[in-house]
Each structure stands twice: as structure tokens, then as C-alpha cells.
Design a protein around this ligand. Structure first.
Ligand SMILES: NC(=O)c1ccc[n+]([C@@H]2O[C@H](COP(=O)([O-])OP(=O)(O)OC[C@H]3O[C@@H](n4cnc5c(N)ncnc54)[C@H](O)[C@@H]3O)[C@@H](O)[C@H]2O)c1
Length: 376
């Protein structure tokens, strides 16, 4: 494999000493030879704060459940944190992607869960070395960065997935077969304040989950964006309300807050003769149906007291991150298109940035201090 062994170096803070193999550029092994059916895929997590730690945990759990995957290492410039997570999940700790790949050229795939401002830099370092990536949402802080990520994935023939976790929520999956002609969405995503992800507005932090889901459910281009937002505890927009109108005539209202006193994650929509309520958190779906004539489905004459049929489709509960990482690993192994390609991450980001611009515009119009300027 053209690797040369050099001096032993300390492995971040983990106390282990590892040998430094120098890997000539462009000489990483081809995936086909390494990704045979039962060969575990060697993976890493880049950025192991609150959410990256979850990625490390889930990779380890998948391995314990018999998935052919092996968590090799975690990368974080905060070496104390990297070391703590590495000890917790039985892998190695590194201070940088370069340090990890110099000593562990077998890493084939990685989750990027660093703050959004670092996604491009980290994913580039990985993809240029032939590593497939799952990049947390929001994909990047700008469309130029998102485009560069898409180009890098194409140039280096990498499997690259955007981390839109809710696509893998079993309640969302159970809702897809119910979609007919959704015309009105009402979405709430409220969180209690934590000093995380404050590098971006709440629209890119929280609302983007629902933008991605509604874009895929509504299946129509956005015609109009109206938005209002306010900074409350951070210097960025912490609470936002948005109204979207689609070319199809569908309308969607979104409220996202990271300064709430309660945690709510609900998406409700109306379509002809039906109201569907999805609780992402409880992983529950409720469907209320009346017949086309206002009566029970399939029944006779219209009535002023229509009977409503309530159904609760079966949902097999699963941690969405498990389903997401399993799906990513399958795409890596099969060299198949990921369920959420980077283009979908870009699409949600483009809409989120339009919303942020609309919030600034509105702030300017009504003279809200601290809103009108600044980037997302
Ligand atoms: N899919 C979801 O539901 C979900 C939920 C939470 C966060 N996220 C996303 O995950 C990412 C991380 O969020 P978080 O809440 O874990 O943040 P966090 O602040 O808790 O952790 C970020 C970690 O990244 C590390 N870091 C900083 N610069 C780095 C670099 N250059 N390389 C590697 N690591 C670096 C930090 O030291 C820290 O440990 C963000 O993009 C966020 O939007 C997604």
C-alpha cells in the first residue's frame, strides 16, 4: 500500500502511542478492495461537541449491533474533549484531520459535526484524502461554500450526505405514503436556550430541519417568502416566524425558537379531506379523514355533522441518528446515492438564507435595531 513507518508519536491525549505511517498523496486504497461485504468500514467523527459525541456513540452502537463498521477515531481541536469521547467509545483522539489520516489511512468515511463555519474546511480535508462524508446540517454558511462541497464530492468521487436527520425520523417516513396534495402546513420547532450553534440564526440552526421536510413534502418551487425574526438572548435571530407560498398554491407557516420554555417539534398539514399531525419527538402520526362529500369516507350523503375517521398509522420507533448513519454506511458500502444528497442540503440552505434576508428586510422596514445588518 506504499505506507512508510516513521517515528512513534503520542495519540493526542489518549496516552496511547501510535506509529506514524506516511501515506503518499493519492495512494489511498481503492474502496472496492476494502468494502467487501463483511469488512468493517472504518469511520471517524470530526467535531465531538454535543452532537458529534452522539455520532460517535451511534457508530459504536451500530458496531455492537453487528453492522460492519468500526469507529477508529474522533477529531476535535479541544483535545480534552476529544480524549474524553475517545475513551468513552473506545477509539483514538486526534487534534486534526491531517493528524488522524497520517496515522490512520484506513478511515473510509467520517461524520463532520464541527460548527457550521468549519464544515467546508473539514469536509475538504477529508474528501481530498478519499474519505466519504456525512456533513451535519446546515450544510454550510453560504451557497458558495455549499457549491464547493458539491464540486469537491464530484471531483473526488465521494459519497457525500447532508445531515438532515428528520428525513430518517420514523414518523416522517410513515407520513410519506399519506401525502396526496398538501395545501397548508403549520410547523413548530421550539427549544430551550443552550449556548450552542450560536454561529448561525435559528433559521439555519432549527427551522432548516422543517424547511427540508416541507420542501420534500410540498414538491413545488417557493414563490414567496414572508418572515419576521428577533434576537433575544444571542446576537443572532433566536425566534422566527415564516410564511412560504409555493407555486402550487400550498402555504406553509413555520415558527422556530431557541429561547422557549418548552420543547416542541410538530408538523401539521391539511390536504383534501385530511388533516395529518406529525409529532417528530414522540414519533407519532395522527390522520383525520372525512369523506369527499363531508361524510365518513366511502359513506353516502353529505351531512352537517360529518363523521371524522381518526387513524394512527403504525410507526416503529427508532433513534433517527441510528437510521441516518446506517443509511450513510450502506451508501458508502454500495457506492450508491445517499438518501439526502448534498444538493438537498443546498436547497434547504438556499431557502434558509432567503428567509434570513427577508427577516433583515422586515427588520429594516420596521426599524428593529440589531436585525437589519449582519450575515446569517
Ligand atoms: N442534526 C441535528 O439534529 C443536529 C443537532 C445539533 C447540532 N447539529 C449540527 O452539528 C454541528 C455541531 O453542533 P453541536 O451542537 O455539537 O456544537 P458544539 O459546540 O457542542 O460542538 C462543536 C465541536 O466542534 C469542535 N470544533 C471546533 N472547530 C473544529 C474543527 N475545525 N474541527 C473539528 N472540530 C472542531 C468544538 O471544539 C466542539 O467540540 C453543527 O453544524 C450543528 O448545526 C445537528
Amino acid at each position: 500500500m506504499g505506507r512508510r513507518r516513521s517515528a512513534a508519536i503520542p495519540d493526542a491525549l489518549s496516552g496511547f502511542y501510535v506509529y506514524n505511517f506516511v501515506v503518499p498523496a493519492g495512494n489511498r486504497p481503492v474502496e472496492s478492495s476494502l468494502l467487501e461485504a463483511d469488512n468493517p468500514i472504518s469511520v471517524a467523527v470530526v467535531g465531538v461537541g454535543v452532537f458529534g459525541r452522539n455520532h460517535a456513540r451511534v457508530y459504536q452502537e451500530l458496531e455492537q449491533q453487528g453492522e460492519p463498521v468500526r469507529l477508529v477515531g474522533v477529531v476535535d481541536p479541544n483535545l480534552e474533549r476529544a480524549d474524553a469521547v475517545a475513551r468513552e467509545f473506545g477509539c483514538r483522539a486526534f487534534g486534526s484531520v491531517a493528524q488522524m489520516l497520517t496515522t490512520h489511512s484506513e478511515v473510509r468515511a467520517a461524520s463532520v459535526a464541527a460548527p457550521t463555519v468549519h464544515h467546508l474546511e473539514m469536509a475538504r480535508a477529508l474528501m481530498e484524502e478519499g474519505v466519504d462524508v456525512l456533513i451535519e446540517k446546515p450544510l454550510a454558511v453560504s451557497l458558495a461554500e455549499a457549491d464547493e462541497l458539491i464540486q469537491l464530492a464530484a471531483a473526488h468521487k465521494r459519497i457525500a450526505q447532508a445531515g438532515h436527520l428528520e428525513r430518517f425520523n420514523p414518523a416522517v417516513r410513515a407520513t410519506i405514503p399519506l401525502l396526496t396534495q398538501p395545501m397548508f402546513f403549520e410547523v413548530h420547532r421550539l427549544s430551550v436556550f443552550t449556548p450552542r450553534s450560536l454561529d448561525v440564526d435559528v433559521v439555519l440552526d432549527l427551522m432548516i430541519h422543517d424547511l427540508d421536510i416541507v420542501l420534500s413534502f410540498a414538491n413545488s418551487p417557493v414563490k414567496e417568502v414572508r418572515a419576521v425574526g428577533l434576537p433575544i438572548l444571542s446576537g443572532k435571530v433566536d425566534i422566527a416566524n415564516v410564511r412560504l407560498e409555493f407555486e402550487s398554491g400550498c402555504v406553509a407557516n413555520f415558527t422556530a425558537s431557541r429561547v422557549s420554555t418548552e420543547r416542541v417539534r410538530k408538523l401539521r398539514f391539511f390536504q383534501p379531506h385530511q388533516y395529518v399531525s406529525v409529532d417528530y419527538g414522540r414519533q407519532e402520526v395522527l390522520v383525520f379523514t372525512v369523506g369527499a362529500d363531508g361524510s365518513m369516507p366511502g359513506a353516502g350523503a353529505p351531512t352537517i355533522n360529518p363523521q371524522i375517521k381518526v387513524a394512527k398509522p403504525p410507526v416503529t420507533s427508532e433513534e433517527p441518528l441510528h437510521a441516518e448513519l446506517r443509511s450513510f454506511l450502506h451508501a458508502v458500502r454500495d457506492r450508491s446515492a445517499p438518501v439526502v444528497p448534498l444538493e438537498d442540503g443546498r436547497r434547504a440552505l438556499a431557502l434558509a438564507l432567503d428567509i434570513v434576508a427577508a427577516i433583515r428586510e422586515h427588520g429594516k422596514k420596521v426599524g428593529l435595531a440589531g436585525i437589519a445588518k449582519g450575515k446569517s
